[in-house]
Design a binder for this molecule. Structure first.
Ligand SMILES: [Mg+2]
Length: 331
């Protein structure tokens, strides 16, 4: 059981990093361009001229968080210090070179250097709702899954984790919705995890936020159109948007979450899910990474294609950080 769960954590981390690396060479490509020449395998170079298997900020910042874990409590201060080492010191990178830093992340890290208070460094304004906290939230979601406490307390920690770089409520809710889904997936120990489990997580998120104005206004499409949660509650059927033209895949946190969940629900393997995510275009690596972490938890480590795992730079390092952060916590 111990090893099974640790393997599942690695499926999330490697699922995330592999899909990040699939998206890196084509980040900012349009959907039209990718329709003509879709990504079908791990490639090198392209947008950032990085070698095959290179992951970007999504994975780097998740590794900063994993490397700050291991104690009983989350160490947000150490997480911020690790973000500084990444942003200014080229650490937590696949090739010793930091690239692809998001604007809001850069602002938060610079603010932390000016005034080292992790509670105040993330911008709170509405314009600061890119996907930069959602893309690196999974280590905190795994940590909170393992805590023996109530949902509210767990979400308070998820919110602090988001707010290190993204403190607006919309970004925090995106991380919370992701957490509700991932917590359900982490609770399953056979593969593939049925799609109903993903919907169960969404129902819990909907119930929790119920009448929250920010949730009702901005996550309506995700819960009514991307997948119809009421239809699921009434009839147990999973009904998703079938036309990808209705799915945006840019850097706005709401769009990214919608795209990742849509890819997860409309495909039936890890490979199919992450290729669909990357080939939506625009923020290919981040939509891929978020979909990939969820698909890792849904299909398991072995279903991540071996050739992709082998091509991933620093796979053993990423897995060693998972061991360091969580092995001692799993009973
Ligand atoms: Mg990136």
């Amino acid at each position: 059981m111990n090893n099974d769960f640790l393997n599942k954590i690695k499926a999330v981390a490697i699922g995330h990093a592999v899909a990040d690396a699939l998206g890196v060479p084509v980040e900012f490509s349009t959907r039209e361009e990718l329709r003509k020449k879709p990504v079908t395998d791990m490639m090198g170079y392209g947008t950032f001229n990085m070698p095959k298997g290179s992951w970007s900020d999504d994975t780097s910042m998740a590794l900063c968080a994993l490397d700050a874990m291991g104690g009983e409590k989350l160490n947000f201060k150490k997480t911020m210090q690790n973000f500084v080492k990444w942003c200014y010191g080229n650490q937590y990178t696949p090739t010793g070179f930091t690239f692809d830093i998001g604007g809001t992340c850069r602002t938060s890290i610079a603010e932390y250097l000016r005034n080292p208070d992790y509670k105040t460094c993330g911008p709170k304004d509405e314009r600061s709702n890119g996907n930069g906290s959602l893309m690196r939230i999974y280590p905190f979601v795994i940590h909170t899954y393992l805590l023996d406490t109530d949902v509210k307390t767990k979400l308070t920690l998820i919110y602090i984790a988001s707010a290190l770089t993204h403190a607006h409520k919309r970004s925090k809710i995106a991380c919370a919705i992701y957490a509700f889904i991932m917590w359900e997936l982490l609770g399953e120990n056979t593969y593939p995890v049925p799609k109903e489990v993903i919907l169960k997580g969404m129902v819990k998120a909907k119930d929790f936020f119920d009448s929250d104005p920010e949730f009702c206004e901005h996550y309506k499409k995700l819960f009514q159109k991307v997948v119809d949660v009421d239809e699921f509650l009434k009839h147990g059927t999973i009904s998703c948007i079938q036309n990808e033209d209705c799915i945006s895949s840019g850097g706005y946190v709401v769009d990214t979450l919608e795209a990742a969940i849509w890819c997860l629900l409309t495909t039936s393997s890890y490979k199919e899910c992450v290729l669909k995510a990357v080939n939506l275009g625009s923020d290919t690596d981040t939509v891929g990474a978020i979909a990939g972490s969820l698909a890792g938890a849904t299909y398991g480590y072995e279903q991540i294609p071996l050739s992709w795992r082998e091509a991933l730079i620093g796979r053993e390092y990423i897995e060693s950080l998972c061991d360091k952060a969580f092995a001692h916590k799993i009973k």
